[in-house]
Design a protein around this ligand. Structure first.
Ligand code: AMP
Length: 112
């Protein structure tokens, strides 16, 4: 399988890793949409939200808790931030490996 995020998780693509544990990895988005734009991904290849099941519920909670920790570390916890999962074509999902966007560091526009 040719997946850029699997490649990053396996350290086959050079990326500055911001956080890593046995289940996930976090790194800066290559094309940031905000002053702070970090992607938090599971190491396991899961294509999208549509592919999640009950066995992934703990992992999902951990991704969100880690995003909260990273927001604090990046100094944006008080000013505010968004967490976004894009799923599918209409949401603009470009990489088919589930990823949580952490965005902040300035006013964030958008429809939500
Ligand atoms: P999405 O539209 O939700 O699929 O978002 C995918 C994100 O991955 C985009 O914001 C891209 O800029 C980002 N991205 C793609 N390739 C890389 C990469 N090699 N390193 C860091 N971010 C990437």
């Amino acid at each position: 399988m040719n997946c850029i995020f699997c490649s990053i998780a396996q350290k086959k693509s050079p990326t500055e890793i911001i956080y890593e544990d046995d289940q996930m990895i976090a790194f800066r988005d290559i094309n940031p949409k905000a002053p702070v734009h970090i992607l938090i991904i599971p190491k396991e290849h899961i294509a999208s939200l549509n592919d999640l099941n009950e066995s992934n519920s703990s992992l999902l909670g951990k991704l969100i808790l880690q995003a909260k920790n990273l927001a604090r570390q990046q100094g944006i916890a008080k000013s505010g931030y968004k967490l976004i999962f894009n799923c599918g074509k209409d949401a603009g999902q470009l990489v088919n490996h589930i990823h949580l966007h952490l965005l902040g560091g300035g006013p964030l526009g958008g429809i939500i």
